[in-house]
Design a protein around this ligand. Structure first.
Ligand code: GLN
Length: 493
């Protein structure tokens, strides 16, 4: 049961072979036994989850079930959840019980899903390793000496270690795809504007996007069907006809044109990662796809552009945390200014403070033109490259991360090295394009490797189709990590 996909669990629930209460209890039990080691969850409310499960069982019994009714879903602790702790991985919000639900939470509730717990994350989603969390690092279930990736590392870990069948994540520069790759699961960042950011604590608003994380592409499609949709409370939410993202899953891949950016297959990619990605591309050729070389010349500017724009937006978004109305407040201070200063110095961790400093600097008078405006111009060039590339291909593929999961502590004192983890993922956020990662093998230390698939705007169904056909032909997505007591490393479902 723990290894089953969401699609399979949904069928078992519909056939009344299992109940949601049984399913939810099994995952809660799993969390109880593994979370002390892996630290994937910040908070779990067993009673609340079981209450939702009982309600779901009643809905199923009445014949009104939807595909996710009764399915436990782990929610990244960036999504405000009414009456429950919502910390964003920060001391600043370590006591914050949200008075309202994020749009995404409302959607899962309306679909009858069970919230199985709130997952650990880098503080305010700033990081690539989960080491910036105020609640301590998450461990990679494939090797507890390794990081799970970040910032949605708790979500990725929870799915990989079978503590939840699926989870939500958010992705500003790679935070769904990179941890998915490092933990050997599938994850998708939708086209910007498709999933409402209402109640999703803001990091860099023009880049942030919520999305699903699961074992299979089919499960991602089921989740996206719930998560996507217009919401008037987010001014960048897109007004579009609802789609069924699972509609094209079975389509044959004959004729699919895969663009391989020549800039992606360079010496910065580790040999083991390159080997697994090449093998996956070989599988795609066998499935009938053809490869064409494309070029994304401005892509090399993605990381520097991102580290001007994202901190600029973050410095503005995070100015609301002042200790006045909610969240952490310094216990002792002299006057109002001192209260602000001490609250922010104590409430934010080092990485968040670094971003606020950079962001404030690039927005300051005299530097705004030189840094912020210049970065905005380059952002346009990066997006323009994709317009050209998609004239010649349907999807773009390459590695998700230049390396497999690195060791805990290995990059935490070297921010630039850490920032380069997202060299391949950031461009899709800057351009607003949908992108995903699927597991395609193992590299050094038997740590997972992810394949990055970028699509044109609104090409989610096509991307999920390509991922699903690959998963039907291979079994990487079914491997179970070592930290799972009932599965030896690399064993199958
Ligand atoms: N690692 C990147 C950062 O630290 C991306 C994080 C994200 O996507 N939320 O900003």
């Amino acid at each position: 049961m723990l290894n089953s996909s969401v699609a399979r669990l949904s069928a078992l629930l519909a056939a009344r072979k299992i109940s949601s209460v049984e399913l939810t209890s099994a995952f809660l039990e799993r969390i109880r036994s593994l979370n002390p080691v892996l630290n994937a969850f910040i908070s779990v409310d067993e009673e609340a989850s079981l209450g939702q499960a009982r309600a779901a069982d009643a809905v199923i019994a009445s014949g009104e079930a939807q595909p996710l009714t009764g399915i436990p879903i782990a929610q990244k602790d960036i999504f405000c959840t009414r009456g429950r702790l919502t910390t964003c991985g920060s001391r600043m919000l370590s006591n914050f019980v949200s008075p309202y639900d994020a749009h995404v939470i409302e959607r899962f509730d309306a679909a009858g899903a069970v919230n199985i717990g709130k997952t650990n994350m880098d503080e305010f989603a700033m990081g690539s390793s989960n080491e910036t969390s105020y609640f301590g690092p998450v461990k990679n279930p494939w090797d507890v000496a390794a990081v799970p990736g970040g910032s949605s590392g708790g979500s990725a870990c929870s799915v990989a270690a079978r503590m939840a069948p699926a989870a939500t994540g958010t992705d500003t520069g790679g935070s769904i795809r990179q941890p998915a790759a490092l933990c050997g699961i599938s994850g998708l960042k939708p086209t910007y504007g498709m999933v409402s950011r209402y109640g999703m604590i803001a990091f860099a608003s023009s880049l942030d996007q919520g999305g699903p994380m699961a074992k299979t592409a089919e499960d991602l499609a089921l989740m996206l069907n719930v998560m996507a949709g217009f919401d008037a409370r987010d001014s960048t939410s897109l007004q579009r006809e609802p789609e069924d993202y699972a509609r094209d899953l079975e389509k044959p891949l004959a004729g699919l044109r895969i663009g391989l950016p020549k800039e992606y297959f360079v010496k910065e990619v580790d040999r083991d990662v390159a080997r697994a990605v090449e093998a996956a591309l070989g599988e795609y050729r066998r499935l009938g796809a053809t490869a064409v070389e494309v070029s994304l010349p401005a892509t090399r500017l993605s990381v520097p552009v991102y580290y001007v724009l994202a901190p600029a937006e973050a410095s503005s978004n995070l100015s609301r945390f002042d200790g006045v109305r909610y969240g952490y407040r310094a216990p002792a201070y002299a006057d109002l200014d001192d209260m602000y200063r001490k609250t922010r110095a104590q409430g934010f961790g080092a990485e968040v403070q670094r971003r606020i400093l950079i962001g404030t600097y690039v927005l300051s008078q005299g530097y705004y033109d030189a840094y912020y405006l210049q970065a905005q111009r380059l952002r346009r060039l990066i997006a323009q490259d994709f317009v050209e590339a998609f004239r010649q291909c349907d999807l773009i593929m390459g590695p998700t991360s230049p390396t497999v999961a690195f060791d805990l502590g290995e990059r935490s004192s070297d921010p630039v090295q850490m920032y380069l983890s997202d060299a391949y993922t950031i461009a899709a956020n800057l351009a607003g394009l949908p992108a995903m990662s699927i597991p395609v093998g193992f590299g050094q230390g038997s740590r997972p490797v992810g394949l990055h698939i970028i699509g044109n705007y609104f090409a989610e169904a096509r991307m999920l189709n390509a991922a699903h056909r690959y998963q039907q032909a291979t079994d990487w997505h079914l491997r179970v990590p070592q930290a799972c007591p009932d599965g030896a490393p690399g064993t199958r479902e």
